[in-house]
Design a protein around this ligand. Structure first.
Ligand SMILES: [Zn+2]
Length: 130
């Protein structure tokens, strides 16, 4: 499992609605085009952190077989795929347990920010500020 941190902890958190919409976008991005472009990488889940600063990336690959940069590159690819999704998937009463709690505009803005800033793979991320 890897941490895909998108916000600085204890400073600017994602809103619950943006987090929820990102979860939907990332799930569909992973199910659709992702595997086709990353056959060496078995990402099975990208789930939101409860602190709303990022996502947990769960992979099936053997431990130690993937350089951290490979995971970072795959997340960049997932962002590109997610940004191509224009309407929020699965956000209907029948398919989502909180279908009114979404912010697609905010989620797309967050993805554009991440793409613009880039993803830095950190072997030893800094400790959280006290
Ligand atoms: Zn939902």
């Amino acid at each position: 499992m890897y941490d895909f941190r998108v916000r600085t902890p204890n400073t600017q958190l994602l809103t619950p609605k943006v987090t929820h919409s990102l979860e939907h976008l990332f799930a569909v991005a992973l199910r659709d085009d992702f595997e086709e472009h990353h056959r060496d990488l078995s990402v099975i889940d990208v789930s939101p952190m409860g602190c709303r600063t990022g996502f947990y990336v769960t992979v099936l690959n053997s431990r130690g077989t993937l350089p951290l940069g490979r995971i970072a590159a795959s997340m960049r690819s997932m962002l590109d795929i997610a940004l191509e999704i224009e309407s929020l998937p699965g956000a209907r009463r029948e398919t989502c347990g909180a279908f009114e709690e979404h912010d697609l505009v905010g989620a797309r803005s967050e993805i554009r920010r991440l793409v613009g800033e880039g993803i830095a793979p950190l072997d030893n991320p800094p400790h959280l500020a006290p």
